[in-house]
Design a protein around this ligand. Structure first.
Ligand SMILES: [Zn+2]
Length: 271
């Protein structure tokens, strides 16, 4: 079976140079592709390098994450445009809005988000969107700005169930992270029951959004802090959980997600 990770951060420095080993372990368990999201100007070159090293496996995605809006340089936009133009198959993300993170300024986030959504729209490539505690504004901005014709991804969708239908109308796809397998994430799982099959994706968000211990077959530690990291090869376990949640055979879900992934991210299905 071929599993597709709609969202992770393989370039993350907490992986400390172990990327080759993580990719090999993921491939061995059937992972066919992963979208690797840059989040700031400093990590974009590493995302580009991973896409060159792991061709037809890493889908490179470049964006300025809301947590890094305050640290952007005056040239961030030109640098992003240059990378999108120069990198084959590049998509936009991670971008978004965040009113949850303590101490994070909201000023500037909307302008940076809308500007990047526009870059994705002009190129008709997917945009991967992070949103925490700003769902009302996100919906308004999506309704009043141009959006990529091929659609966009709401990664780790944790918004209200009532917003699924209006977001679907705008072109939203929704990716489910292993973190929502935790008992306490029942509200988020309910929202996912309303997502149409053709708009559903699965993600790890590795190294973040750790699975519950019972499902985490691949324990991985951050060598410098000792904290647990989410291994990208945990992806098949998240698929298994979703197949059970939807009450359908794993093979059916795998085929559906592969089609959704290839359409949204503009890649050809693997042989
Ligand atoms: Zn992310």
């Amino acid at each position: 079976m071929r599993f597709h990770d709609a969202h992770n951060h393989l370039q993350d420095e907490r992986f400390a140079g172990r990327q080759g080993e993580l990719v090999a372990a993921s491939r061995a368990l059937g992972v066919a592709r992963m979208v690797v999201n840059g989040s700031c100007e400093a990590d974009w070159p590493q995302v580009g390098a991973l896409a060159r090293e792991f061709t037809n496996f890493v889908v490179p995605s470049f964006g300025l994450h809301p947590w890094h809006v305050g640290g952007r340089t005056p040239h961030w936009r030109e640098a992003l445009v240059e990378l999108l133009d120069a990198t084959p198959g590049a998509v936009v993300g991670e971008i978004g809005l965040d009113r949850w993170k303590p101490g994070l300024a909201y000023a500037g986030q909307e302008e940076v988000f809308v500007g990047q959504l526009r870059l994705a729209t002009e190129r008709n490539v997917a945009a991967s969107i992070h949103c925490l505690q700003a769902w009302g504004r996100l919906l308004e901005l999506l309704q009043t700005n141009p959006r990529p014709a091929r659609g966009f991804l709401l990664h780790s969708y944790g918004g209200p169930a009532e917003m699924v239908v209006p977001l679907v109308k705008l072109g939203a796809h929704f990716s489910f992270p292993g973190y929502f397998m935790h008992e306490r994430k029942a509200r988020q799982r309910e929202a996912f029951k309303l997502v149409p099959a053709e708009r559903l994706l699965i993600e790890t968000d590795a190294p973040d959004q750790l699975l519950p211990d019972r499902a985490n077959a691949l324990p991985l530690g951050d060598a410098s802090t000792g904290k647990s990291l989410n291994h990208p090869a945990n992806l098949p376990a998240v698929y298994q959980f979703m197949a059970e949640l939807r009450g359908e055979p794993l093979a059916t879900l795998v085929a559906q997600i592969e089609g959704n992934f290839c359409q949204l991210f503009g890649v050809a299905p693997r042989d």
